[in-house]
Design a protein around this ligand. Sequence first.
Ligand code: KG4
Ligand code: ZN
Length: 369
Amino acid sequence: MTILAIETSCDETSAAVVRDGRILSSIVSSQVKLHAEYGGVVPELAAREHLKNLLPVARTALREAGVQPGQLDAVAATQGPGLPTALLVGFKAAQAVAFSLRKPFVGIHHHEAHLYSPWITATVSPLTRPPATLSPPGGERGGVRGDETAKQYAADFSAFQPNVSLIVSGGHTLLVLVESELNHRVLGSTVDDAAGECFDKTGKLMGLSYPAGPEIDRLAEQGNPRAFDFPRPLLNDASDDFSFSGLKTSVRYFLRDNPKLLDDAQCVRDLCASIQAAIVEVLVVKTVRAAKRNRGRCVTASGGVTCNRALRRDLETACKREGFTLRLAEKELCTDNAAMIGILAERKLLHKVPATELDSEIRPGWVLA
Ligand code: KG4
Ligand code: ZN
């Protein structure tokens, strides 16, 4: 089965072609530099950028996959949640393509696509045709070509195991129990800010540019995570919910009372390491606790913050200690991309989930059940 997938829920315009679980092409045009000027995503600008970039990105995805529109068996797009004006661009365009090709259309829940992305793995194999080009996380705006490595990405659902999954990014922080493929239940989510938002907002307080998560990750590598003691909200709470706005506020007051710290480069590195340690500890402890309570043997993690090296390391250590299998989404697939949308759409069609109506609407506030 060959599927064209489109993702425009936030600030990445992405198109991918997947076939029988393999990612034939995955193009991501990131708007990150455009929005950096404003310190966050500006919805109206995001929508205009999607309008400008979608067709070139989709054309490139088809060309790199060596697929003609007539060879497509289905078209998929993110239906929600996300910024309404941004979602509309990709969703309506994908419906129009499906309509003109008379092929099934699949509207995908963005978080559900993240949820199954850890089952997509990279393998290095000899090139027989141009590689699937996955742009690096936070890639250049308009940078529709990724590296020229021989990495190939394919979903391996034969290895699927029930799992407890952490989905952690700029707009969402969720713990989900996945009992079988396409059968999952949300255990908890953030009651205020998402973890990525906490990285971005505390980074902004330190004068780092948007999105600050990758920069905090980089600076924290040379910082002392025990230099400053920031709160770990809801760490010992019995629920699987998260809260990060209190941590952000505590950093705000701490910097207000100690503004000189920001003049010292090592202090900034220590601040980054200490903030990161607080966020990562909450994420790791709560994920492992949820897995133990649900007698899970497997933990998975996905979403932009899963690029974070401390989170990857600490999840690995904790899962090893508990004897859990850990599957982390490939870094290239942690941030928003259409490949995960296409892979999930294919699984749904294979599992006989009915196609989405061609006159269905976007669902900006769609909550994962
Ligand atoms: O999944 P994503 O691309 O978009 C959303 O759906 O939100 O995630 C973007 C988020 C941003 O908040 C960004 O700061 C964060 O992921 N992020 C990181 C890292 N790379 C991206 N946070 C911490 N460490 C990183 N290395
Ligand atoms: Zn996302």
